[in-house]
Every structure is written in C-alpha cells, then in structure tokens.
Design a protein around this ligand. Sequence first.
Ligand SMILES: [Zn+2]
Length: 469
Amino acid sequence: MNQLEKLKKAVNEFLPTSIENLQGYLSIPTVSAQNKSISETVEYVVAMIKDLKGEVKVLDDLGGNPVVYAFFAAGDQGDASKTLLFYNHYDVQPPEPLNEWDSNPFEPTIKDGKLFARGVADNKGDLVARLSAIKALQKVEGGVPCNIKFLIEGEEEIGSPNLEPYLKKYRELFQADACIWEFGGKDDKDRISMVAGIKGMAYMELTCIGAEIDMHSSVGAYVDNAAWRLVLALGTMKNQQNEILVDGFFDGIKEPTESEKQVVANLPFDEKAIARLYGLKRALITSRKGVDPREAMVFHPTMTICGLESGYTGEGAKTVLPKKAMAKIDCRLVPGQDPNYIFECIKKHLLVHGFDDIEVKLINGQKAYRSSFHHPFIDHVIQAAKEVYKNDVILAPNSAGTGPMYIFGEQLCLPIVSTGVGWAGSKAHAPNESIRLQDFEEGIVYIAYMLTGFSDALTEKKDTVVIKK
Ligand SMILES: [Zn+2]
C-alpha cells in the first residue's frame, strides 16, 4: 500500500469521530457580530488541539476576541527546518433569516450525504479537516512531516479588526515558510478550486438625518426627505452600466501580470449554473456589458449596496416622511487600492455632489493580496491536489472574496494558497450552509498528503525561491 492509500484508509477509519467533533464545534453559535459564545468556542478549539497533543496558546492581551496559536512539532522522521502555517477562524456569520433554514443552523444535521449548519463551510469544517489530517499523519507516519502552526482567530466575519496588532507582536511565533488559507472547495464540475490571493474591502455606513422625528408625509411639499437624499446620493456613485463614478476610486491599482491574465482567462465560469444557483432575475451585468466575468471577478473592484433602511416597510400603507435613512455599502478592492483612501474619495465625492449632510463611517477596511505565482509551494499544492482529487485543479490569482490575507503577506512574507472542503452549493453566509461529507473526507486526505511532500518541495527548489515583500 502506498502512502496515499495508507492515509485514505486511516482517515476512513476515524471519520465518524471527526464528524462528531465537527458537529460539537458547529453546535456552538459563535456569532462574532453578536459577540456570542466566544469563550466556549475557544475552549472547544483548545480541547481539539490538546487532544492531538499539540501545543496551544490563547492570545488575548491585545483586545478583541482571543487568537488561538497551535503548534505541532515535526515528528522524529520529519523535517523541523520547514514550517507550514494554517489560517482559520472560529467565528461564523449570523444565521438570519432563520425561516429560510430547513434545519436549525446550530443543530448540525446530516441529510443526503451533506452536513448542514451555520459555519460548516465557512470555516469550522476546514479547521476540523486540518486537525484530522494531523491525526491521520500521526497514525500512519507516527508524527507530522514538518512543523505545523495554526492561527485561529475569532473576528474574521466582522473584518478582523484586531488581528494586525497580534500578528505584529507575535510575528516570530507565527513565522512559517508558507501558509494555507482558511477556505475553498469544488466548483460545479467538481474540480478543486484554489486561490493564491484575496480581494480587499472598504465597508461603509452612510447616514442621512433630515429631522429629529418622523413626519406626516404631506410636509414633503416643503421638507427634504432623508430617504430620497440618500438614494440620490447613492445614485451619483454608479451609473446604469454598473460603472463606479467616484473620483480617485481606481487610483494605484496594480495591473495584473500576463501570466495572471492568462490563468484568469481560462478559469471556468458557467453563467447558466450561476443564474440557477442564485435564481437570478436578470442577465449578468458582465454579459450585458460584454465584459469577461472572470476578469471582473478577479481583477475589478466592486461597490455593492448591502442594505438600505428608512421609514415604514411593514404591511399596507403608512404615509410617513422618515427622519432618517441609512445604507451599508461594501467595496471589494484589488491590489494597489487602500481602504482609507477609498473612504476619503467617497467622502469627497458626496461633498462635491452637494451631499454634505450625509455622514459616512468606515466600518472596516482591508487591503487585497496576491502571492507570487512562481513559488515552489504553489506548484506543490497543485500537484498534490491532482494526485488526491484525480481531477483538474483550478488556481486563481485571487478570490473575489475578502479576508485579512494582506497583513499575513506583509508581516510574514510567505506564499499563501487557500483550499478547503466546500462545494459549489455550500451557501456560505446564507441559509442552509453545507458541506458534502465525501468532500470533507477527501479534504482531510488532501491536507495530510500535501503535508508529506511539503518540506521536499521547498528544499529542492530553494535556490530559485524569490519572495517579494
Ligand atoms: Zn471564512
């Protein structure tokens, strides 16, 4: 039996225990936006690590939800000169709207080979898969083949506001040669898809206050309407072609390289499948404009209204002139853009357009990050995935989503690839979030197998490694 077969066998034998561990973890409602169950979750994570004889530290001296550090030293047969870092988060998104769930979001439910629960795909399933991979290596190899570290934070779903000081202070502790990021999975054709970077974020709240109390709508003859003012202000920020009209918004954007462009042009993209998945009512913006959606997804920044609130929205009619209107918007940024600068540009845009009464608050900001495509680690994760998944592997320069990857790249100077146990229908952040148990099992085997060749892959090509800060 070769090494891969041995790992598969070991994982298959203890899989029920791993699923049980995951179910226990998922039943804790760790909603960071509502500050729920944080210490209980940290205890659970610490127990899982200790169970595998890992060293663990709970860092909480710099405020915010604790950051968990875990360390597994290379076994006797392993290479202690190489270290792989895993990044995960133990917090989850709020489960609302609850009436759209087919089962209780915090009562993990298995149905048709899938495990349903809030956070199962993003990101609790991945942490348990990675810890299970360590267990498999301990069983098959008698230990792990290199040093392994974990950084597990509890504020990813609220924009990791306190992570940077921890990474700065504990840079030595988290130092590694490469990093596996939190998430990933299979696409609609079951190809494993990975990313080597991430988009950034500028999340803002816009508020227009027109009066101290709601008014009878008849005063609309002579009183400004906060809801209209906010809608008009938002209307100046984008045109009907979905183009962002804020001056300075595109300043500093780093042009993608030729190899990045080529990879993106070959990414799979099934418009019909996407329309079906979301039940879209209109054609994609990109197809109406004749833009390649792959390029838009990876290389273009976005501006999205995430929520609007004002006046009466209940049943029937209520003729009211609201005193206040509020909108939340997010801008997904690409490398070269700075969230604080974007925030200043939007403030200036509103002033210039006569909306000096609209207050803008930056809720959170993160820069984008892209790893160099020419690192042996990148080749290694792809090669190992081909061997385990026996299917095409798709690696994009960056994801369309966001996370605190930039500060890892900046503080630790390492290549980062994201891969995980999700699938095309995982519905992260939405009702009925799920993973397929088959993917969970394969994902454990993949991480274990990838770790076995990690040190060699980095050593062989050491002379050619160039990491640009
Ligand atoms: Zn996540």
